[in-house]
Design a protein around this ligand. Structure first.
Ligand SMILES: [Zn+2]
Length: 277
């Protein structure tokens, strides 16, 4: 159970915006037969009732030089389909002693509504001193017709940032700050990006939605129903897990259940498993 981890001079702080009600595994992973989950139950991939849980997670990356947020959660008012409660990112940040005005950059892994929900509040940027980083490919996708027509969160949470001159568009390999670099990891969305952290010889990665379940570290061929290009997503997941193992990266996953969403991937008898810190 870890609330935070350290990679060199960068602290990763784990903040839950909201926890939606648990899902049936087959609703979230429609291509995975319910039986296939059985071996994973011993590894806590499902809860005690056999349900699949996710968190709408945000990570703060903190050093002497910056306070960066990776994703902004589902936002202040949670849609009915996810429980209809209230996102608590800002309250939680304040509990950790972080004021919204201290955030220097907001990095969105992709432009789904559960990752950009607090980008704007009441028509103004929530993080008034931050620049916002979207992948160019994802922004192009989400602002194209007819995608935009069915994505009301884009004019609310993404496009105003361009109009205000606060938007930075990223490509694979771009440095955000010297310790944080964008890594193209497409498949969940066309321009999905993860973020590599390297500081004082230590390394980590924020995976975004390359991973939704810890079982996917063992079965990377499992795709979430929300993945827009499943074969591409599988390829991305396989490659990222290889890199995680070969470089022994510390890993932070936005949707794993809070306090078990930062960890390592370990190999036991040629199989890989999630090992939370
Ligand atoms: Zn997501």
């Amino acid at each position: 159970m870890a609330r935070s981890a350290r990679i060199g001079r960068v602290e990763i702080l784990n903040i839950e915006d909201y926890a939606p009600p648990p899902f049936n595994s087959w609703d979230f992973f429609p291509d995975v037969p319910p039986d296939a989950w059985e071996p994973h139950r011993a590894h806590h991939a499902l809860d005690g009732d056999g349900k699949f849980r996710v968190s709408f997670g945000v990570f703060a990356l903190i050093s002497d030089d910056f306070v960066v947020l990776v994703d902004t959660g589902i936002g202040p008012s949670v849609p009915e389909m996810f429980g209809g409660g209230e996102g608590r990112l800002i309250r939680r940040l304040r509990e950790f002693g972080i004021q919204p005005g201290q955030i220097t950059a907001v990095l969105n892994t992709h432009l789904h509504p559960d990752h950009v929900g607090w980008n704007m509040t009441d028509g103004a940027p929530t993080f008034s001193n931050a620049r916002y980083y979207f992948s160019a490919r994802d922004y192009e996708h989400w602002t194209s017709e007819p995608v935009l027509e069915h994505a009301p969160h884009i004019p609310a949470q993404a496009q105003p940032l361009e109009d205000l001159g606060l938007l930075e568009l990223t490509a694979d390999g771009d440095d955000i700050v010297p310790e944080i670099r964008a890594l193209a990891t497409p498949g969940h969305t066309p321009g999905h990006q993860s973020f590599l952290i390297e500081s004082d010889g230590e390394k980590g990665v924020i995976t975004g939605d390359v991973i939704h379940s810890r079982a996917q570290f063992t079965n990377p061929e499992w795709s979430a129903g929300a993945d827009s290009d499943k074969p591409q997503g599988v390829g991305t997941r396989v490659a990222l897990i290889e890199r995680i193992v070969s470089e022994n990266l510390t890993v932070a996953c936005s949707h794993l259940v809070v306090d078990s969403n930062i960890g390592h991937v370990v190999e036991i008898e040629n199989r890989r498993y999630w090992q939370p810190l």
